[in-house]
Design a protein around this ligand. Structure first.
Ligand SMILES: N[C@@H](CCC(=O)N[C@@H](CS)C(=O)NCC(=O)O)C(=O)O
Length: 217
């Protein structure tokens, strides 16, 4: 049975964007059953967990003796076996991996940078100075994506793992209205998130957070 590590609980700002969501979503699209391995801060530094995920993060992935980390690599591994996530012909496969890398390499760092400024450092003087530049960088990437997606339903002719990753990357900006300001992107995000596999994956990530919420002070 496939196992995916996930946090038992995270604060509300992170709920629904923790990166195991990508793996859960890919597994749902592929129709592969899995078990979650819930961890907490106390597990992240243990030798046992670091053997699975050297940085102590989630997700880690186990399948019949195979151990993997990095959500992008895991989604690629799943997509390679599933027509639902990646076409079978070589050009379609190459275009899918192109968009997967674009999501993680050309887009995500800009959005993550803005999210870190807003969610972790908002009160710091340097963050206040840096924020306008970070917003501009995020908007520039959004503009390119919006242009590409104008008149298309997905990044390529059909839904692929590229759309799966890009949607989770767009979600990183959910604390802002930057995506909502761009109707093409907002509609694209909603189209991808309406997929039953996404809804199942999101519900599965959220369920333990409700069960393990710390008592209110
Ligand atoms: N590049 C990694 C990033 C993983 C990552 O940032 N995981 C976060 C949750 S979304 C985490 O475990 N954070 C806790 C920590 O870094 O201690 C991947 O995509 O798998």
């Amino acid at each position: 049975m496939i196992k995916v590590s996930a946090f038992r609980w995270v604060p509300p700002f992170a709920q629904g964007v923790v990166r195991d969501l990508r793996v859960r979503w890919a597994l749902e699209e592929a129709g592969l059953a899995y078990e979650e391995m819930l961890i907490g801060p106390e597990d992240q530094r243990t030798e046992t967990y670091r053997r699975l995920q050297p940085f102590g993060q989630v997700p880690a992935y186990q399948e019949n003796g195979l151990e993997m980390f990095e959500s992008g690599a895991i989604v690629l591994h799943i997509a390679e076996r599933s027509e639902a996530l990646m076409p079978s012909e070589p050009e379609g496969r190459a275009r899918t991996t192109t968009w997967m890398f674009a999501a993680l390499n050309s887009v995500e760092p800009h959005f993550q940078n803005l999210a870190a400024i807003d969610l972790f450092y908002a009160q710091e003087e340097w963050a206040k100075l840096r924020r306008p530049g970070a917003v501009d960088a995020a908007k520039a990437r959004l503009a390119v994506l919006s242009n590409w997606l104008d008149g298309r339903e997905y990044l390529e002719e059909r839904f692929t793992a590229g759309d799966l990753l890009m949607t989770t990357v767009l979600r990183i900006l959910r604390h802002t209205d930057l995506v909502a300001q761009m109707p093409v992107l907002e509609t694209y995000r909603q189209r991808c998130e309406a997929r039953p596999a996404f809804q199942k994956a999101l519900a599965a990530q959220m369920a333990p957070f409700a069960q393990n919420a710390p008592p209110k002070q």
